[in-house]
Write a protein that binds this ligand. Structure first.
Ligand SMILES: Nc1ncnc2c1ncn2[C@@H]1O[C@H](COP(=O)(O)OP(=O)(O)OP(=O)(O)O)[C@@H](O)[C@H]1O
Ligand SMILES: [Mg+2]
Length: 514
């Protein structure tokens, strides 16, 4: 017997609604999260706010470009937009970002997405290839790119597969990342300060004096930018509200707090060691894949400019006999790479093969097998009268699967859908993902995340193309129709379709329940 679609779309919808409610999968956390102040625009959704922000970005960018090219010439130019997103973003987060971009009225003839570490790698490898170190890149070499930003540190590894006529690479390990960017050094500083001067004095500092942009935090950030690990002491003026004017024991003199190099290192070290752990994870994965020792670690991103972080990564690299390099413009590597991506042909860019970052699949119903399926998944099929197990996962694609750019990967599974002649022929089909290493067998197992859902209308399929069937127990007549569920993986976009006889009855390119 064929796999069956779970009979009631409402079930799936409720499950999805519960899981996707709010901003699940879209990380909008910032430093002000703890603030209790009322929002300036409570009625605005996060998409509205991002759209407002991008509108301002567009206005400023357009002003600069109009000055450069003249208003008339600039308005006649064709514009393409490449939007960069963190590699770890869910399909839902990417979809919401695109919605905000569309509202910001860039009037671009084409809008595409690229993951940030990939954009940074495109720029960095092209920069090396076109500069004096061109001969450092050889076929078979593996490069680990470490994009150390404000919030996250993102890693991606590439194997060089071709140099001439154009540079081509393949992902050499599944990308990774963690929240250990430069802003966590500030977080560490605040926790350290609370311990250093005591909770009571610390709590007296008003929130606005502890925020990003305040005098104390700006002074800390400037010291952070220049910290190399062998600097002398660092001085920061603390707010008067602490009530501590002078304290020899606390190294405070006339409200100037002095931190030793060792204390500064202590604030950097959680981020530094997490970053090194991520690099080590990539190096290990590359070697496990039989690709040998990575040749070089490329460091980019704002935090990547930091001398102390760089030196610590360098120490790690020499311990495993790998080189380290930073491109000419580490901070803007992502944007530069995005522009390079925009200039690449639609297919046949630098990255020839990516690796799937998660499992993709769909829940189906199968014949219930005692001892194999859980009793709570059992139900009696209203059409056939058979005992079925619902929510059984069929994984179409595995984490780590190769996704070639030139031939977008298409995967299908066959299912059937039953209906009585008088029933509406609406079917709900869900695509879900799973990011850990071992995919679960049931939809309700933890970690399964909804990606998108199609509501397909099958009413135009002639009954002559459906199998007429009889419930042997009740004598009820019903129909069953064969469907193919097809996923296509193309660059950053995943398309999910319901097909019958090769014809499309519903498709979703990242469609989500709000
Ligand atoms: N020399 C430096 N030393 C330490 N931190 C630095 C230095 N230069 C910039 N930064 C930090 O880098 C961060 C910005 O880097 P970047 O623009 O790469 O981050 P982002 O892309 O906005 O963040 P994310 O990648 O996490 O989304 C800021 O937190 C800034 O303080
Ligand atoms: Mg970044």
């Amino acid at each position: 017997m064929k796999l069956k679609l779970d009979e009631r779309p409402a079930h799936i919808r409720h499950f999805l609604e519960a899981l996707t409610r709010g901003m699940a999968g879209m990380d909008v956390k910032d430093e002000d999260e703890s603030s209790n102040e009322p929002l300036d625009h409570p009625s605005k959704t996060p998409v509205d706010m991002v759209a407002d922000y991008l509108t301002k970005v567009r206005e400023i960018a357009w002003d600069v470009l109009e000055q450069q090219y003249g208003k008339v010439l600039f308005s006649s130019m064709k514009k393409e937009l490449v939007v960069t997103v963190p590699a770890v973003w869910s399909e839902r987060a990417k979809d919401l970002t695109l919605r905000a971009v569309n509202r910001a009225e860039f009037n671009a003839s084409r809008i595409s997405l690229v993951s940030e570490p990939e954009a940074a790698a495109i720029y960095t490898l092209k920069d090396m290839r076109e500069g004096p170190s061109r001969d450092d890149i050889k076929v078979g070499d593996v490069f680990i790119l470490c994009d150390a930003g404000g919030g996250t540190v993102d890693l991606i590894s590439y194997k060089i597969t071709q140099i001439e006529p154009v540079l081509r690479v393949e992902e050499a390990a599944i990308g990774s990342g963690d929240k250990c960017g430069a802003s966590y050094v500030e977080t560490e500083f605040l926790s350290w300060l609370e311990k250093w001067i005591g909770s009571e004095a610390f709590q007296k500092i008003p929130e606005e004096k502890k925020r990003h942009g305040s005098q104390m935090m700006t002074s800390f950030e400037i010291n952070k930018l220049h910290f190399s690990g062998d600097d002398d002491e660092i001085e920061i003026r603390i707010p008067a509200e602490t009530g501590i004017q002078n304290s020899e024991e606390l190294n405070i003199d006339d409200r100037i707090l002095t931190l030793s190099t060792a204390q500064m290192k202590q604030l950097f070290d959680p981020c530094v060691s997490s970053t090194i752990k991520l690099i080590d994870g990539q190096a290990t994965a590359v070697m496990k894949a039989g690709l040998g020792k990575p040749k070089m670690v490329l460091v980019v991103g704002g935090f990547g400019r930091n001398e102390y972080l760089y030196r610590k990564i360098q120490e790690y690299c020499s311990s495993i006999g790998t080189e380290i390099r930073r491109p000419r413009f580490p901070w803007s590597a992502v944007s530069r790479g995005a522009v390079c991506r925009g200039l690449e042909p639609a297919s046949g860019g630098l990255v020839a093969v990516r690796l799937a970052r998660k499992f993709y699949g769909t829940p189906v119903s199968t014949i219930f097998l005692p001892g194999v399926h859980k009793p709570e998944d059992m139900y009696i099929d209203g059409y056939t009268g058979c005992r079925m197990a619902k929510g059984q996962m069929r994984w179409l694609s595995e984490k780590g699967d190769r996704l070639p750019e030139a031939h977008p990967r298409k995967i299908e599974i066959q299912v059937s859908f039953s209906f009585r002649p008088e029933e509406p022929r609406q079917v709900g089909v869900t695509l879900v993902g799973f990011s850990e290493d071992k995919a679960p067998e049931r939809l309700v197992d933890s970690g399964v995340q909804p990606i998108c859902r199609i509501l397909a209308d099958l009413s135009t399929i002639p009954l002559s193309q459906c199998d007429q069937m009889l419930n042997p127990l009740t004598g009820m007549v019903f129909y069953s129709v064969d469907l193919a569920l097809q996923a296509t993986f193309s660059r950053e976009v995943l398309t999910w379709k319901v097909l019958h006889g090769g014809k499309e009855y519903g498709s979703a390119t990242a469609t989500y329940d709000d």
